[in-house]
Design a protein around this ligand. Sequence first.
Ligand code: HEC
Length: 164
Amino acid sequence: MWRLKLFRLLVPAFLLFGVSLAYGWPWSRDMKDQPSIKPQEAPRQPPANTVPRDGWERPISREEAGQRLKNPVKATEASLQNGKKLFEIYCALCHGPDAKGMGPVSTKFIPPPDLTLPVFKERTDGFLYGTIRNGGALMPPYGEVLSSRERWDIVNYLRSVQGR
Ligand code: HEC
């Protein structure tokens, strides 16, 4: 009889602690820990003491970018087209396709402002560029996923949407 009692105690104890311990064993993560690049993970880091051939952009705050950076990319048809495409991929989910807000994520996140309002029209190109690169007070940064050229294309597109 006492054996049955012990068994009844041990089974729930094993289910509670034994199973969770089993996940901690070194071989239980073998399939997960591997050298392949995971989704959303940065690709290989550049080797130490090297610089990319197309230059390296030094860290710059959004305010400094607003004062110092001049837009080097002319708002050609190709730049606007590319900016529109990238805006639809990276920005419209929050800002909406016309930058007036109400993208599908805005209902779950802080609703972003209408970017066609005068206050945002008056921002310099550099400040918009810095916002895309570093993010805003709440907006996430997009510096990692967009090249410098792509950010200026988005700035040009945003300007055309703002009618400026
Ligand atoms: C996850 C939602 C989200 C995404 C994605 C997003 N934004 Fe924003 N954005 C916001 C919010 C919220 C604000 C207002 C608060 C702030 O400035 O952080 C904002 C503010 C801005 C501003 C105004 C900054 C200012 O103060 O002048 C600009 C310009 C802007 N976003 C551009 C973009 C562009 C361009 C993209 C795409 C590369 C983008 N945003 C992607 C949420 C987002």
